[in-house]
Write a protein that binds this ligand. Sequence first.
Ligand code: HAX
Length: 434
Amino acid sequence: MSLKEVLAEKIAAHRPRTTRLIKEFGDVKISDVTIAQCIGGMRGVKCLTTDISYLDPNEGIRFRGYTIPETLEKLPKVPGCEMPYVEGHVYLCLTGEIPTEEDVKELAAEFKKREHVPQYVIDILRAMPRDTHPMTMFSAAIVAMQRESVFAQQYKAGISKMDYWESTLEDCLNLLAKLPQIGAYIYRMKYRGDTIIPPDPELDFGGQFAHMMGIDSPYDEVSRLYFILHSDHESGNVSAHAGHLIASALSDMYYAISGLVNGLAGPLHGLANEEVLRWIQGVMEKMGGKTPTEEEMKDFVWTTLKSGQVVPGFGHAVLRKTDPRYMEQRNFCLKHLPDDPIFQYVDSLFKVVPPILVEQGKAKNPWPNVDAQSGVIQWYYGVQEYAFYTVLFGIGRAIGVSANIVWDRALGYAIERPKSVTTAMLEGFAGIKE
Ligand code: HAX
């Protein structure tokens, strides 16, 4: 069966579950909201639904029920490689099923058909000042392609709500297929003297990205690992929520994914991977090439905290343990680059930062998150322009969010419209209103 046929079956089976929950159990309470949550970024308020991934605070992410090690183990592998096809992970996110080799080949062939990046996108990127942030370029390239949206065209033609997901799936595949090329193009144009490497029609999603970046193996493996690890972290984080929110107005995939990228570009979210490397470079400069002792490292961390800044790469809004995405990348470093000096810095921070954050007593989670480790690997393989790191995150995150949007359309999720209150109303609730 094709991906679309599998999805059609799954959607038909799932729709009655959603309808029943709303019709028969719509009044059942699952969450209360406190004043702290209302002012404090809605932290922990349960008010979104997704089946693509679930983030347990003490365990970490599961994609469609599978932990990261299970996902990496079960998905079909690229021949001769340790890492799975990213295309297989797209299949898993969309359908909830581990694909067969045949399923992956079919989906990879679909991606191939759709991977050509229109010339006008290249022209737009080239017209932007070269010092534009890569995330701005990435977002602009995606939104520029909005004219390609099959959903937007079919919506105008007047299709039924029940069919929205089909054209949304088209948009999902059309857009995802192009992202590795767009990302690599931005990199080579901006940081490699405009020497663009043409795509290779034989390569898979991760392999194509590494090839167009101009970086040899095992960078293809790094890319596959990276895109899968960053694909989804349930629905409430800024990037996933931004994508879902925008799409809830029936704005198409291009608008939604470009919006996701804009949210990811914040230093408290995806840009933290850039910030980690910037922070470490600052320490290295101050040390004049010497490796800091543990005591010196502690001083750097305290200086950052005392100047009112956050330590990038540490803390999390949901997790209450070391991020398994961090651990997976750490294991990769231990295997491939144990003696790398920047890895040594990151490893030293792993020891030094959590007790300091505990002593400071503010952060609810003192442990490292995904962004503490990801830049090191990039740096080691030659991608030392750290402003680019969040683009890699964005390519991965688009996988989970676009899968969510296909399901949002399939299950007819409503336009988002939470209710706001005024400060005076909160004072009223608190019983302190003058
Ligand atoms: N360094 C210093 N202070 C920190 C901190 C850190 N790494 N993490 C949390 N805190 C502080 C918060 O700033 C907050 O201080 P105020 O009370 O003064 O506002 C306090 O501890 C309580 O915060 P929290 O409840 O533990 O954390 P939040 O849910 O509010 O925020 C963040 C979660 C990830 C934004 C936060 O931990 C942070 O800023 N971390 C550093 C930036 C970072 O690494 N971001 C990437 C997170 C992972 C991700 O989304 N990747 O894309």
